[in-house]
Design a protein around this ligand. Sequence first.
Ligand code: HEM
Length: 451
Amino acid sequence: MMELTHNHLPIHLTNLAQRYGNIYRLTCGNTTMVVLNSSELIREALVKKWSDFAGRPASYTADIVSGGGRTISLGDYNEEWRAQRRLVHSALQRCCQQSLHGVIERQALHLRKVLLQYQGTAVDLSEDFTVAASNVITTLAFGKEYDKSSLELQELHSCLNEIVALWGSTWISALDSFPLLRKLPNPVFARLLKEVARRDGIIRKHLNNYKMQDKKDEEAITASLLHGLDAHQNVENGALLTDVHVHMATVDLLIGGTETTAAWLNWTVAYLLHRPEVQTKVYEELCTVLEGRYPQYSDRHRLPVLCSVISEVLRLRPVAPLAVPHRAIRDSSIAGYIIPKNTIIIPNLFGAHHDPAVWADPHAFKPERFLKGGGGTTRALIPFGGGARLCLGESVAKMELFLFTAYLLRDFQFLLPESGASLPDLKGVASVVLKIQSYTVIALPRPMTNP
Ligand code: HEM
């Protein structure tokens, strides 16, 4: 239990791998956890033996935040979950093809406007990144975007962040391990219930508003999901999916798609402050290849330096560092070790990305390792997990990371507040999402950026 209370769990679990090897077991009460610390082991479990390890651990509190296990991220592997994931996956794919590019471009241009308004003063950009990432998801989900000052947006973010933070607290996880505690008054748990109710109220309002609109945005994911539900009613197992699944899938997209992308953008700017010459190289590449125009996602193959930065930040700071715990749904094995049914599997993506057997100088920020002859391989990168539980938003995220970064670095040079100011701390604060500690930066418009 003590091993799991370290304040930067991904680093601690990675250090344990140096002592015990890339696969080891932790026991906490009657729960057995197996931690995987290399991409080879993680691929064996999540991809090669996906059908053995696609489950999620059940818990009292997970049930509460996931509407009885009806979110995709926390739902266990069963027929209902498969139908829900398929439904959301095809809705996302449809909107990736139809509207995603335009939605991200619009938010990137809006972000540019916001940064220009700062007029070169030192600011913390984390909230602006969160609003941009969140607007991509809310536009995709129900055709709605918000301003940073919007009370509705602030309410949505505050309750989603509260839920993630409260759920990670010891007062809440103790309820899973010690059922007797559930009978005692617990103000933290009461707050969690209140925030879950608040979240559900907000989402319900949005979905109802959407349903009542005369002129619906038919490109929105909600439209595809509701049409998909209708289709499900007609098949043999008619009521497998209901409005609750659409509701909880919307929660999944909002939680999964906001803080991850925003955290990654914060990491990227911070790393570029540490190595300004890399920022210059990306800018020069953008100028040469694009000849002044804004990039399209299809330009990525012609922008290797930019792509190498994206890969290197994903390697060093995978924003979901321990993925989400998996559960063995039958007896199986990993690397020849017997893994009994119900063992919890923790894929330590952070550890795999720092494995010295795979990465030379694993702690250094060296995007050039991903360029021709640099020795790095994207095959060993697994920031989105893999197999049946591969991040559902991978395609959305990849387009966002590329377009947001390309737009930002085309238009701005990121600088430290003043010469001699200390560089951002790169250790990070690890919870479900690995975030950087807040820092300030100057976004200086590049010459070709016309205000
Ligand atoms: C840099 C951006 C992102 C990263 C690095 C990331 C990474 C991950 C990882 C590691 C997992 C867990 C996989 C596992 O359990 O093995 C995950 C799950 C998930 N992600 Fe993402 N994610 C990102 C962005 C997004 C976005 C933009 C969305 C939504 C549009 C999203 C939605 C989800 C959902 C719904 C799940 C649960 C999948 C399941 O349990 O089947 N993620 N993500």
